[in-house]
Design a protein around this ligand. Sequence first.
Ligand SMILES: [Zn+2]
Length: 367
Amino acid sequence: MIGEHPIKQILIETRSYWDHEGTAANVRENFLKVIRCGTGALGAEIFASETESKLVFHTCKSRFCTSCGQRATESWQEDLETILPDVPYIGVTLTMPIEIRELFEQNKHLLHGVPAMGAEAIIQCAKARSGAHVLVLVVQQTFGGLLNFVPHLHVMVSAGGLQESTNRWIPRLRFDEPELMRAWRYALIAFLAEALKRNILRCSLTSEDLLKILATQYKRRWNVFISRAGSKIYRLKHDGRYVRRPPIAQHRTIRIGRYEVEYLAKNTRGKQFVATRYTNEEFVKILVEHGPDRGRHAMRYFGLLSPRSKARLWSAIFVLLNQQQRPHPPRTSWRGLHLKTFSIDPLQDSFGRSMYWVGRRAPFKAA
Ligand SMILES: [Zn+2]
Protein backbone atom coordinates (compact mmCIF):
# COMPACT_ATOMS: atom_id res chain seq x y z
CA MET A 1 0.00 0.00 0.00
CA ILE A 2 2.95 2.33 -0.45
CA GLY A 3 1.74 5.63 -1.79
CA GLU A 4 -1.69 5.58 -0.27
CA HIS A 5 -0.73 6.39 3.31
CA PRO A 6 2.93 7.36 3.12
CA ILE A 7 3.11 8.78 6.63
CA LYS A 8 1.58 5.68 8.15
CA GLN A 9 3.92 3.56 6.08
CA ILE A 10 6.95 5.56 7.19
CA LEU A 11 5.89 5.26 10.83
CA ILE A 12 5.54 1.50 10.48
CA GLU A 13 8.95 1.09 8.88
CA THR A 14 10.75 3.40 11.30
CA ARG A 15 9.06 2.13 14.42
CA SER A 16 12.34 1.36 16.15
CA TYR A 17 13.32 5.04 15.90
CA TRP A 18 10.36 6.32 17.88
CA ASP A 19 8.64 3.48 19.73
CA HIS A 20 10.66 3.77 22.96
CA GLU A 21 10.83 5.67 26.25
CA GLY A 22 12.87 8.48 24.71
CA THR A 23 9.89 9.76 22.68
CA ALA A 24 7.38 12.05 24.45
CA ALA A 25 4.54 9.83 25.69
CA ASN A 26 1.77 11.70 23.86
CA VAL A 27 3.65 11.67 20.57
CA ARG A 28 4.37 7.97 20.85
CA GLU A 29 0.76 7.25 21.78
CA ASN A 30 -0.46 9.15 18.72
CA PHE A 31 1.98 7.46 16.38
CA LEU A 32 0.81 4.07 17.67
CA LYS A 33 -2.80 5.10 17.07
CA VAL A 34 -1.99 6.12 13.52
CA ILE A 35 -0.31 2.87 12.59
CA ARG A 36 -3.21 0.91 14.07
CA CYS A 37 -5.90 3.10 12.46
CA GLY A 38 -8.33 1.07 10.39
CA THR A 39 -6.74 -2.26 11.27
CA GLY A 40 -7.84 -5.14 13.48
CA ALA A 41 -5.60 -3.75 16.19
CA LEU A 42 -8.31 -1.24 17.12
CA GLY A 43 -11.19 -3.71 16.84
CA ALA A 44 -14.12 -3.70 14.45
CA GLU A 45 -17.88 -3.71 14.06
CA ILE A 46 -19.38 -6.74 12.34
CA PHE A 47 -22.21 -6.37 9.83
CA ALA A 48 -24.03 -9.19 8.06
CA SER A 49 -26.87 -10.04 5.69
CA GLU A 50 -28.29 -13.56 5.36
CA THR A 51 -25.44 -14.64 3.12
CA GLU A 52 -22.53 -12.27 3.68
CA SER A 53 -20.68 -10.49 6.43
CA LYS A 54 -18.13 -7.74 6.67
CA LEU A 55 -15.83 -6.13 9.20
CA VAL A 56 -15.65 -2.39 9.59
CA PHE A 57 -12.42 -1.53 11.39
CA HIS A 58 -12.32 1.21 14.00
CA THR A 59 -10.38 4.36 13.21
CA CYS A 60 -7.96 6.11 15.56
CA LYS A 61 -9.47 9.64 15.81
CA SER A 62 -6.02 11.09 16.29
CA ARG A 63 -5.48 14.62 15.06
CA PHE A 64 -2.18 13.44 13.79
CA CYS A 65 -3.75 10.81 11.55
CA THR A 66 -4.21 12.08 8.02
CA SER A 67 -7.51 10.38 7.28
CA CYS A 68 -9.07 10.96 10.72
CA GLY A 69 -7.75 14.53 10.82
CA GLN A 70 -9.34 15.24 7.47
CA ARG A 71 -12.63 13.87 8.65
CA ALA A 72 -12.51 15.90 11.87
CA THR A 73 -11.97 19.04 9.80
CA GLU A 74 -14.94 18.26 7.63
CA SER A 75 -17.28 17.73 10.55
CA TRP A 76 -15.96 20.90 12.20
CA GLN A 77 -16.78 22.83 9.03
CA GLU A 78 -20.21 21.28 8.80
CA ASP A 79 -20.95 22.12 12.41
CA LEU A 80 -19.94 25.78 12.14
CA GLU A 81 -21.65 26.18 8.81
CA THR A 82 -24.88 25.21 10.57
CA ILE A 83 -24.62 27.16 13.79
CA LEU A 84 -22.90 30.41 12.78
CA PRO A 85 -25.07 33.32 11.60
CA ASP A 86 -25.04 33.69 7.84
CA VAL A 87 -23.12 36.96 7.47
CA PRO A 88 -19.92 37.87 5.62
CA TYR A 89 -16.64 37.21 7.40
CA ILE A 90 -13.12 38.49 6.98
CA GLY A 91 -9.86 36.60 7.48
CA VAL A 92 -7.11 38.16 9.54
CA THR A 93 -3.54 36.86 9.64
CA LEU A 94 -1.42 37.94 12.57
CA THR A 95 2.31 37.30 12.47
CA MET A 96 5.24 38.26 14.66
CA PRO A 97 8.83 39.23 13.88
CA ILE A 98 11.58 36.61 14.05
CA GLU A 99 13.02 37.99 17.31
CA ILE A 100 9.68 37.34 19.02
CA ARG A 101 9.33 33.94 17.36
CA GLU A 102 12.69 32.95 18.82
CA LEU A 103 11.46 33.82 22.29
CA PHE A 104 8.44 31.57 21.81
CA GLU A 105 10.62 28.79 20.46
CA GLN A 106 12.40 28.71 23.81
CA ASN A 107 9.09 29.18 25.64
CA LYS A 108 6.57 26.91 23.94
CA HIS A 109 4.59 26.80 27.19
CA LEU A 110 3.57 30.41 26.49
CA LEU A 111 2.13 29.68 23.03
CA HIS A 112 -1.27 28.77 24.44
CA GLY A 113 -1.74 32.39 25.53
CA VAL A 114 -1.23 33.81 22.04
CA PRO A 115 -4.72 33.22 20.52
CA ALA A 116 -6.34 35.28 23.30
CA MET A 117 -3.94 38.15 22.58
CA GLY A 118 -4.82 38.13 18.87
CA ALA A 119 -8.53 37.96 19.58
CA GLU A 120 -8.28 40.76 22.12
CA ALA A 121 -6.56 43.03 19.59
CA ILE A 122 -9.35 42.49 17.06
CA ILE A 123 -12.13 42.83 19.62
CA GLN A 124 -10.65 46.08 20.93
CA CYS A 125 -10.35 47.53 17.42
CA ALA A 126 -13.98 46.76 16.65
CA LYS A 127 -15.09 48.20 19.98
CA ALA A 128 -13.02 51.37 19.69
CA ARG A 129 -14.40 52.24 16.27
CA SER A 130 -18.06 51.44 16.66
CA GLY A 131 -18.65 49.85 20.04
CA ALA A 132 -19.56 46.63 18.27
CA HIS A 133 -19.11 43.03 19.37
CA VAL A 134 -17.76 40.65 16.73
CA LEU A 135 -17.55 36.88 16.34
CA VAL A 136 -13.96 35.71 16.53
CA LEU A 137 -12.58 32.28 15.72
CA VAL A 138 -8.84 31.80 16.07
CA VAL A 139 -6.83 29.02 14.46
CA GLN A 140 -3.32 28.87 15.83
CA GLN A 141 -0.51 27.53 13.71
CA THR A 142 2.96 26.87 14.93
CA PHE A 143 4.70 25.87 11.73
CA GLY A 144 5.29 27.51 8.40
CA GLY A 145 5.20 25.88 4.98
CA LEU A 146 8.84 24.87 5.15
CA LEU A 147 8.13 22.98 8.37
CA ASN A 148 10.01 25.60 10.35
CA PHE A 149 8.84 27.17 13.61
CA VAL A 150 6.66 30.14 12.63
CA PRO A 151 3.91 30.72 15.18
CA HIS A 152 1.06 32.81 13.75
CA LEU A 153 -2.71 33.13 13.87
CA HIS A 154 -5.43 32.77 11.24
CA VAL A 155 -8.53 34.51 12.51
CA MET A 156 -12.04 34.44 11.12
CA VAL A 157 -14.01 37.54 12.16
CA SER A 158 -17.55 38.59 11.39
CA ALA A 159 -17.38 41.53 8.99
CA GLY A 160 -20.21 43.16 10.92
CA GLY A 161 -20.98 43.36 14.61
CA LEU A 162 -23.56 43.81 17.30
CA GLN A 163 -23.82 47.36 18.61
CA GLU A 164 -25.33 46.83 22.01
CA SER A 165 -26.00 50.50 22.78
CA THR A 166 -28.36 50.83 19.80
CA ASN A 167 -29.39 47.18 19.67
CA ARG A 168 -28.43 46.98 16.01
CA TRP A 169 -26.35 44.71 13.86
CA ILE A 170 -23.90 46.86 11.90
CA PRO A 171 -23.39 45.04 8.58
CA ARG A 172 -19.88 46.28 7.81
CA LEU A 173 -17.33 47.41 10.32
CA ARG A 174 -14.18 49.12 9.18
CA PHE A 175 -10.99 47.28 10.04
CA ASP A 176 -7.74 49.07 9.47
CA GLU A 177 -4.47 47.13 9.07
CA PRO A 178 -2.08 49.61 10.75
CA GLU A 179 -4.49 50.07 13.66
CA LEU A 180 -4.92 46.33 14.09
CA MET A 181 -1.17 45.82 13.82
CA ARG A 182 -0.58 48.24 16.68
CA ALA A 183 -3.20 46.60 18.88
CA TRP A 184 -1.77 43.10 18.21
CA ARG A 185 1.81 44.23 18.72
CA TYR A 186 0.88 45.91 21.99
CA ALA A 187 -1.06 42.86 23.25
CA LEU A 188 1.73 40.40 22.50
CA ILE A 189 4.57 42.56 23.86
CA ALA A 190 2.57 43.22 27.03
CA PHE A 191 1.96 39.46 27.34
CA LEU A 192 5.69 38.72 27.11
CA ALA A 193 6.63 41.55 29.48
CA GLU A 194 4.17 40.13 31.98
CA ALA A 195 5.67 36.66 31.58
CA LEU A 196 9.10 38.13 32.21
CA LYS A 197 7.87 39.90 35.33
CA ARG A 198 6.32 36.69 36.63
CA ASN A 199 9.53 34.82 35.96
CA ILE A 200 8.03 32.32 33.51
CA LEU A 201 9.95 33.52 30.45
CA ARG A 202 13.02 31.34 30.05
CA CYS A 203 15.85 32.88 28.13
CA SER A 204 19.63 32.91 28.08
CA LEU A 205 19.60 36.73 28.00
CA THR A 206 19.46 39.01 31.01
CA SER A 207 16.15 40.71 31.81
CA GLU A 208 17.67 43.96 30.74
CA ASP A 209 18.58 42.68 27.27
CA LEU A 210 15.19 41.06 26.95
CA LEU A 211 13.40 44.29 27.73
CA LYS A 212 15.54 45.96 25.10
CA ILE A 213 14.45 43.39 22.52
CA LEU A 214 10.81 43.91 23.46
CA ALA A 215 11.21 47.68 23.23
CA THR A 216 12.86 47.45 19.79
CA GLN A 217 10.27 45.04 18.43
CA TYR A 218 7.52 47.27 19.78
CA LYS A 219 8.72 50.03 17.48
CA ARG A 220 8.92 48.12 14.21
CA ARG A 221 6.18 47.22 11.78
CA TRP A 222 4.73 43.74 12.09
CA ASN A 223 2.98 41.89 9.25
CA VAL A 224 -0.78 41.86 9.61
CA PHE A 225 -3.17 41.04 6.78
CA ILE A 226 -6.90 41.59 6.50
CA SER A 227 -8.73 39.85 3.66
CA ARG A 228 -11.77 41.12 1.86
CA ALA A 229 -15.10 39.96 3.26
CA GLY A 230 -16.32 36.62 1.96
CA SER A 231 -19.22 34.30 2.62
CA LYS A 232 -19.33 32.12 5.71
CA ILE A 233 -18.83 28.98 3.65
CA TYR A 234 -15.85 30.39 1.80
CA ARG A 235 -14.11 31.47 5.02
CA LEU A 236 -14.76 28.13 6.74
CA LYS A 237 -13.33 26.26 3.78
CA HIS A 238 -10.32 28.50 3.72
CA ASP A 239 -9.56 28.49 7.44
CA GLY A 240 -10.46 24.82 7.70
CA ARG A 241 -7.21 24.12 5.92
CA TYR A 242 -5.41 25.01 9.12
CA VAL A 243 -7.60 23.17 11.59
CA ARG A 244 -7.04 19.80 13.15
CA ARG A 245 -4.94 18.72 10.30
CA PRO A 246 -1.53 17.24 10.77
CA PRO A 247 1.10 19.83 9.94
CA ILE A 248 2.65 17.53 7.40
CA ALA A 249 0.49 17.12 4.34
CA GLN A 250 0.08 13.57 3.19
CA HIS A 251 -0.18 14.44 -0.49
CA ARG A 252 3.12 16.29 -0.40
CA THR A 253 5.01 13.38 1.09
CA ILE A 254 6.62 11.07 -1.44
CA ARG A 255 8.60 7.97 -0.65
CA ILE A 256 11.84 7.49 -2.50
CA GLY A 257 12.66 3.84 -2.16
CA ARG A 258 12.64 2.39 1.31
CA TYR A 259 15.06 4.75 3.00
CA GLU A 260 14.27 8.22 1.78
CA VAL A 261 11.37 10.64 1.85
CA GLU A 262 10.85 13.64 -0.36
CA TYR A 263 8.68 16.39 1.03
CA LEU A 264 7.28 19.20 -1.08
CA ALA A 265 7.47 22.15 1.26
CA LYS A 266 5.75 25.44 0.51
CA ASN A 267 7.83 28.57 0.41
CA THR A 268 6.81 31.56 2.51
CA ARG A 269 4.46 32.97 -0.07
CA GLY A 270 2.86 29.59 -0.36
CA LYS A 271 3.09 29.72 -4.12
CA GLN A 272 6.08 27.60 -4.91
CA PHE A 273 7.05 24.17 -3.74
CA VAL A 274 10.52 23.22 -2.67
CA ALA A 275 11.39 19.53 -2.75
CA THR A 276 13.52 18.48 0.19
CA ARG A 277 14.87 14.97 0.74
CA TYR A 278 15.21 13.35 4.13
CA THR A 279 16.32 9.96 5.34
CA ASN A 280 13.56 8.04 7.14
CA GLU A 281 15.22 8.88 10.43
CA GLU A 282 15.39 12.61 9.73
CA PHE A 283 11.79 12.63 8.60
CA VAL A 284 10.60 10.89 11.75
CA LYS A 285 12.46 13.51 13.78
CA ILE A 286 10.42 16.17 12.02
CA LEU A 287 7.20 14.25 12.61
CA VAL A 288 8.03 14.02 16.33
CA GLU A 289 8.78 17.72 16.51
CA HIS A 290 5.47 18.53 14.84
CA GLY A 291 3.69 16.01 16.99
CA PRO A 292 0.34 16.80 18.48
CA ASP A 293 -0.17 18.52 21.77
CA ARG A 294 -2.59 16.41 23.67
CA GLY A 295 -5.80 18.12 24.65
CA ARG A 296 -4.92 21.33 22.90
CA HIS A 297 -7.31 22.44 20.24
CA ALA A 298 -6.01 24.24 17.22
CA MET A 299 -9.02 26.55 17.28
CA ARG A 300 -10.45 28.85 19.92
CA TYR A 301 -13.57 31.03 20.18
CA PHE A 302 -13.76 34.61 21.39
CA GLY A 303 -15.96 37.72 21.31
CA LEU A 304 -19.58 36.84 20.57
CA LEU A 305 -18.47 33.20 20.33
CA SER A 306 -17.08 33.12 23.87
CA PRO A 307 -19.29 31.12 26.24
CA ARG A 308 -20.22 34.19 28.28
CA SER A 309 -21.28 36.35 25.35
CA LYS A 310 -23.01 33.42 23.73
CA ALA A 311 -25.18 32.84 26.78
CA ARG A 312 -26.11 36.52 26.87
CA LEU A 313 -26.35 37.63 23.24
CA TRP A 314 -26.50 34.65 20.89
CA SER A 315 -30.29 34.60 20.44
CA ALA A 316 -30.39 38.39 20.04
CA ILE A 317 -27.98 38.22 17.09
CA PHE A 318 -30.32 35.94 15.16
CA VAL A 319 -33.35 38.07 15.97
CA LEU A 320 -31.55 41.21 14.75
CA LEU A 321 -30.39 39.46 11.59
CA ASN A 322 -33.80 37.94 11.04
CA GLN A 323 -32.22 34.50 10.75
CA GLN A 324 -33.16 31.15 12.14
CA GLN A 325 -30.93 29.90 14.93
CA ARG A 326 -30.02 26.30 14.20
CA PRO A 327 -28.89 23.54 16.55
CA HIS A 328 -25.69 21.57 16.05
CA PRO A 329 -26.13 19.04 13.23
CA PRO A 330 -25.88 15.35 14.08
CA ARG A 331 -22.52 13.86 13.20
CA THR A 332 -22.59 12.15 9.81
CA SER A 333 -22.16 8.41 10.29
CA TRP A 334 -19.38 6.64 8.43
CA ARG A 335 -22.13 5.05 6.33
CA GLY A 336 -23.51 8.45 5.37
CA LEU A 337 -20.02 9.70 4.62
CA HIS A 338 -19.25 6.69 2.46
CA LEU A 339 -22.49 7.17 0.57
CA LYS A 340 -21.74 10.84 0.03
CA THR A 341 -18.18 10.21 -1.15
CA PHE A 342 -18.54 7.08 -3.25
CA SER A 343 -22.31 6.95 -3.91
CA ILE A 344 -22.20 3.34 -2.73
CA ASP A 345 -23.96 2.08 0.36
CA PRO A 346 -21.25 0.20 2.29
CA LEU A 347 -23.91 -1.81 4.07
CA GLN A 348 -25.31 -3.53 1.00
CA ASP A 349 -24.16 -7.02 0.15
CA SER A 350 -23.38 -8.10 -3.42
CA PHE A 351 -27.06 -8.87 -4.05
CA GLY A 352 -28.11 -5.40 -2.92
CA ARG A 353 -29.51 -6.70 0.35
CA SER A 354 -29.02 -4.72 3.54
CA MET A 355 -26.46 -5.84 6.07
CA TYR A 356 -27.12 -5.29 9.76
CA TRP A 357 -24.93 -4.84 12.79
CA VAL A 358 -24.43 -8.20 14.44
CA GLY A 359 -21.54 -7.67 16.81
CA ARG A 360 -18.20 -6.23 17.68
CA ARG A 361 -14.75 -7.69 17.42
CA ALA A 362 -12.34 -6.85 20.21
CA PRO A 363 -8.98 -5.26 19.32
CA PHE A 364 -6.14 -7.66 18.63
CA LYS A 365 -3.52 -7.70 21.31
CA ALA A 366 -0.88 -5.38 19.91
CA ALA A 367 2.46 -6.99 19.19
ZN1 LIG B 1 -6.89 7.48 12.01
